[in-house]
Design a protein around this ligand. Structure first.
Ligand code: GAR
Length: 187
């Protein structure tokens, strides 16, 4: 049995999509969802999907081995960051080489780095009159959005797009590709 754990800070629609994709897969299980945000929508989703969840704070994440211990106790094959907004600490990254992957809502290296998440990315893409944007799935290293790229795909940005309509296009790409890329990495 392959095990996935998911970190998410917000709504968690990608997390839900991943969980649903693997629901009937006897060889793969989403065993835990972790969040830094006690108000995150992903926690409601986890409950509904009957997946255990854990909330942690900064102290536990950056100044203790609590989160590392939790991850190690799961012995995951992959650690997925799906809309997770805190920088991953080095001690966790070091313990899971090539096992932590993130999805980013732009064509990295464009529009990556600290503070570049969700709506801020789409806002800037539109302000800069880009004609295309997309998604990037990449390994996580100690710098924001700089790990080796695993997968990218594009979508058109039209002159009528708003940050909201672009976010919808990007989410559609994420839902379509993220579970499949995860699945291929588990093979
Ligand atoms: C996703 O679009 C994801 O790419 C983005 O946050 C959104 C989370 O949506 N991640 C980042 O911006 C990371 N820098 P969700 O909570 O509905 O899955």
């Amino acid at each position: 049995m392959k095990k996935i754990i998911i970190f998410a800070s917000g709504s968690g629609s990608n997390a839900e999509r991943i969980a649903t994709f693997f629901k009937d897969d006897k060889n793969t299980q989403v065993s835990l969802i972790l969040s830094n945000n006690p108000k995150a929508g992903v926690l409601e989703r986890a409950k509904r999907l009957q997946i255990p969840s854990i909330v942690f704070d900064r102290q536990a994440f950056y100044h203790s081995e609590i989160v590392l211990d939790i991850i190690q106790s799961q012995n995951p094959d992959l650690i997925i960051l799906a809309g997770f907004l805190w920088k991953f600490p080095e001690n966790i990254i070091k313990n899971f080489p090539n096992k932590i992957i993130n999805i980013h809502p732009s064509l990295l290296p464009k529009y990556g780095g600290k503070g570049m998440y969700g709506g801020f990315v789409h806002q800037l893409v539109i302000e800069n009159k880009e004609t295309e944007s997309g998604i990037t799935i990449h390994y996580v290293n100690e710098n924001y959005d700089e790990g080796t790229i695993i997968f990218q795909t594009k979508t058109e940005v039209s002159v009528n797009d708003t940050p909201e309509t672009l976010a919808e296009k990007i989410h559609r790409l994420e839902y379509e590709h993220f579970p499949k890329v995860i699945s291929s990495l588990l093979k």
